[in-house]
Design a protein around this ligand. Structure first.
Ligand code: C5J
Length: 230
């Protein structure tokens, strides 16, 4: 059992029964020319999540943890996109519209895929989800129960939308959720800060929050090197 200093108190977990969940680290949200930027957002606010998340991903892989990557998006015919979601924002650019990275949030398009720096490797779960939460209309809960997973370490974007929704869904299903603060990001820094506070408030009403530094210190402690002398 490992123990991470966290808010509101330490998060105890066994890597064998814990999954790292990486939410929607897709080109459409992170890269210039993607959906996020076409909506007028500063995508550099999300790009800063990549370096610490690469370290956490590497540590989770080294610890043999289950890794789940999610992607928000829809079938090419948009049959799984609720009309209300499609119409939201009343913008000229919406889900399914053509853009510099292909059709926005459509499976199989360049923008829908995960950024190369965090590309899934063989054996990892890639979960396509039509909603904000990773449990809604997916087989995520079945996959986790089949692996006897009880704890989730949650990362990705955006903090107050898909990360929050997934943590709330997971918490209601009885999963213990740790959110890694610098491995999540938002186009709105104030939403990111308050979103994290909301998770850990009231004794951890939805879960725990800790920075990657604290997680890595227990998951991938620096190897002990012996000085054997001359
Ligand atoms: C949004 C997400 N913000 N992944 N998606 O629409 O948070």
């Amino acid at each position: 059992m490992l123990s991470v200093p966290a808010q509101p108190y330490e998060f105890d977990f066994d890597p064998a029964t814990t999954a790292l969940v990486v939410i929607d680290m897709q080109r459409d949200f992170l890269q210039p020319g993607g959906f996020g930027e076409l909506l007028g957002n500063d995508v550099s606010l999300l790009a800063r999540v990549v370096p610490p998340l690469q370290l956490v991903l590497a540590a989770a892989r080294a610890a043999g943890m289950l890794v789940v990557h999610t992607r928000e998006g829809h079938r090419p015919d948009l049959a799984d996109c609720p009309p209300a979601k499609l119409a939201r924002g009343r913008g000229a650019v919406t889900i399914g519209s053509p853009g510099p990275k292909g059709r926005i949030l459509v499976r199989g398009e360049e923008g829908h895929d995960i950024v190369p720096e965090l590309a899934p490797i063989a054996g990892e779960v890639v979960l396509d989800k039509p909603g904000k939460g990773a449990f809604y209309a997916t087989d995520l809960e079945l996959l986790l129960r089949n692996r006897a997973i009880t704890h989730l370490i949650v990362t990705g974007v955006t903090t107050e939308v898909c990360v929050h929704t997934t943590v709330r869904e997971g918490n209601d299903r009885g999963f213990e959720c740790l959110v890694v603060s610098d491995c999540c990001g938002s186009y709105f820094p104030e939403f990111h800060a308050v979103g994290l506070q909301m998770i850990a408030a009231q004794g951890g009403i939805f879960g725990w929050v800790a920075p990657s530094e604290e997680l890595l210190a227990v998951l991938a402690p620096a190897p002990v090197t012996a000085d054997l002398g001359a």
